[in-house]
Design a binder for this molecule. Structure first.
Ligand SMILES: NC(=O)c1ccc[n+]([C@@H]2O[C@H](COP(=O)([O-])OP(=O)(O)OC[C@H]3O[C@@H](n4cnc5c(N)ncnc54)[C@H](OP(=O)(O)O)[C@@H]3O)[C@@H](O)[C@H]2O)c1
Length: 332
């Protein structure tokens, strides 16, 4: 099978990308509880970029096939698996000896979601991670009935799902981005309260919006000093949920008094832990609900570019050049 291979981790993202090789590998031998998936499309997420840099929480023995997420069709099954051949699936795979940037990949049955045949193929490739992350994180906002939410990295796909869920729940959204062009794009799409953190009056504008809209939940995917600015502008009895570290910087400048005297909480969200915390059958119900939203076209991951395995470098460069434009799909 044709696969992308990572020979070495490199903190310098360009060097990590330039090091990637295209290899012809033997088809893997399945263990009892595994299936072999023929890849329809794999996706590139920020976690894949962090992985090839060696700064993600998954470190695989090298050489390794990158890629954690994809969709495809099951073409073979291990001895303890029955009746899955031919099924269309989305998968999230983090095992040492498999990766999705490949013509075929191996998944455990717990790594896959069996899809409704009506699920659009490209959307299926990006289904297992971001929609569930947004859904899981949004439950807190719904539960406390906050009138508004605040989020950064608002050009991202997780942020676009959170925005949609807030709209469905009748909540306002304060969106924060790093580039003015992304801010204009979001405003053109209908977002009402968009701030670029490069704006010299950003701090003041953020405080004013928080006073007006009263968000009690903030979603932070960036870290660095932006974490402090968001946390400090939240009202008393609020929570900031941290789910990404896109700046690669520690969270800075958080006001101590907010935690002591205003009951402002910081928590973390991790999709895998959230999934493990659900009651039996709940994940499947959520999956059916989310799939129906994709099939109806209400939820959609924006796809910016599609490349074949041989053009992986070109694709990664274009994704990193404008991540808010949408996802990179890799189609073998
Ligand atoms: N905790 C979890 O379980 C979980 C699950 C899924 C995703 N995530 C995290 O969620 C975040 C968004 O993922 P995604 O797949 O939705 O992203 P995406 O669609 O690929 O877009 C990435 C976004 O991040 C922005 N960005 C990149 N570096 C940034 C920086 N240094 N400062 C501010 N903004 C920056 C990009 O803006 P530009 O256009 O300006 O580059 C772009 O809007 C990531 O941090 C990801 O790791 C976490």
């Amino acid at each position: 099978m044709k696969s992308v291979l990572l020979p070495d981790y490199n903190k310098n993202v360009l060097r990590a990308m330039l090091g990637l090789k295209i290899s012809d590998l033997e088809l893997p031998v399945l263990k009892e509880d595994e299936v072999l998936v023929k890849t329809e499309a794999a996706v590139c997420n920020p976690s894949d970029i962090a992985f090839i840099q060696g700064v993600y929480n998954i470190i695989k023995p090298l050489p390794a096939i990158p890629g954690f997420e994809a969709a495809g069709v099951i073409v073979d099954e291990g001895k303890r698996v029955q009746g899955l051949k031919g099924k269309k699936v989305s998968a999230f795979v983090q095992s040492n000896d498999s990766g999705t940037w490949s013509e075929y990949f191996v998944a455990k049955t717990s790594d896959i979601i069996i899809l409704d045949d009506k699920m659009p193929d490209d959307q299926a490739a990006c289904f297992t991670v971001n929609p569930f992350t947004a859904y899981g994180m949004f439950q807190k906002a719904k539960h406390i009935k906050t009138p508004a939410i605040m989020q950064n990295a608002s050009g991202s796909q997780v942020a676009s799902f959170l925005r949609k869920m807030a709209e469905e729940a009748g909540m306002e959204v304060i969106d924060i981005v790093r580039k003015e062009e992304t801010a204009s794009f979001l405003r053109d799409e209908g977002s009402k309260y968009v701030l670029a953190d490069s704006d010299e009056n950003f701090d003041k504008k953020l405080r004013q919006l928080c006073k007006k809209l009263k968000p009690h939940i903030a979603y932070d995917a960036v870290g660095g000093s932006l974490s402090g600015k968001m946390y400090n502008s939240l009202r008393p009895n609020s929570e900031m949920i941290v789910y990404g570290g896109l700046s690669n910087k520690p969270m800075n400048d958080l006001n101590v008094m907010g935690a002591i005297f205003h009951n402002k909480i910081i928590s973390g969200f991790n999709l895998i832990d959230w999934k493990a915390s659900l009651k039996e059958g709940n994940f499947e119900q959520i999956s059916i609900h989310l799939q129906s939203k994709f099939i109806e076209g209400v939820y959609k991951t924006k796809i910016a570019n599609t490349v074949d395995i041989d053009s992986i470098l070109k694709g990664l460069k274009s994704y990193l050049g404008n991540m808010s434009a949408g996802k990179l799909l890799i189609k073998p």
